[in-house]
Design a binder for this molecule. Structure first.
Ligand code: HEC
Length: 217
């Protein structure tokens, strides 16, 4: 008996199913996402990024911050991100819709940065962290993002309030300014309709699981 047609149909069915599940379903789900217009606030969320934030995103990508930082707050039933104060709610697809390169990351050597702009409001804290992180910090310094300029006459208006070597002032480069604008803009606190369905509490331990833990399994 010639099984060729069956083999062909089987292979075709498997490919068609994978394509539908992996590509079509995601395209229908996320491809159609639009900003949410909030009539009370009179604006759409997420808002389009200002130009300086876009440039900052490029600097973030170029410097590989993603190797140590994620930008994704996980739901309370699959991670302790909310308990750690990394966000008020879990991230949803719509949060990323204006980002051309989504920096989700996979390694959490440092804290998640998705809402760092909501946690740290003073831009000087970002500058300090990039120029000279605390001595016991595992965050690397990015001094090349700053110019150490000799003070001649008055200190420049652009100079940062950081510990400069005597006689020098520290002025952020354009890249540093954009990066800090980008960090300050990381703030996904807006509640979209779909965020109401994302768990904000860890899953209650079921009786069975509790019993198993007690028995030491
Ligand atoms: C080698 C790993 C590593 C890299 C690369 C790295 N960081 Fe960090 N970062 C850390 C660690 C660890 C901390 C936490 C330590 C601390 O707060 O002192 C941190 C803390 C931070 C914080 C403070 C977060 C908070 O919640 O307090 C910011 C902002 C930050 N990093 C931004 C950046 C940016 C921007 C880049 C890229 C230019 C970057 N990091 C690259 C490891 C890294």
């Amino acid at each position: 008996m010639n099984r060729g047609p069956y083999l062909f149909l089987g292979a075709f069915a498997i490919l068609a199913f994978s394509w539908t599940a992996a590509i079509l379903a995601n395209q229908l789900g996320y491809g159609a996402v639009t900003p949410h217009y909030d009539s009370l606030a009179g604006q759409a969320f997420p808002a389009k990024h200002p130009g300086i934030v876009e440039r900052g995103a490029q600097v973030y990508t170029d410097l590989g911050c993603v190797t140590c930082h994620t930008q994704q707050v996980r739901r309370a039933d699959i991670g302790s991100d909310l308990a750690r104060g990394w966000g008020e709610r879990a991230s949803v697809g719509r949060d990323y819709m204006h980002e051309s390169t989504v920096q989700l990351g996979s390694n959490r050597f440092g804290p998640d940065l998705r809402n760092v702009g909501a946690r740290i409001e003073d831009p000087n804290v970002f500058y300090q962290m990039l120029y000279a992180p605390a001595e016991d910090s595992a965050m690397p310094a990015y001094r090349f993002l700053f110019d150490e300029v000799k003070v001649v006459g008055q200190v420049s208006d652009d100079a940062l309030n950081l510990d400069a070597p005597t006689g020098y002032q520290i002025v952020p480069t354009e890249r540093a300014r954009s990066l800090v604008a980008y960090l300050a803009y990381r703030n996904d606190t807006y509640a979209y309709p779909e965020t109401n369905f994302v768990p904000t509490e860890p899953e209650a331990e079921s009786d069975d699981e509790a019993a198993e833990t007690e028995e030491g399994h």
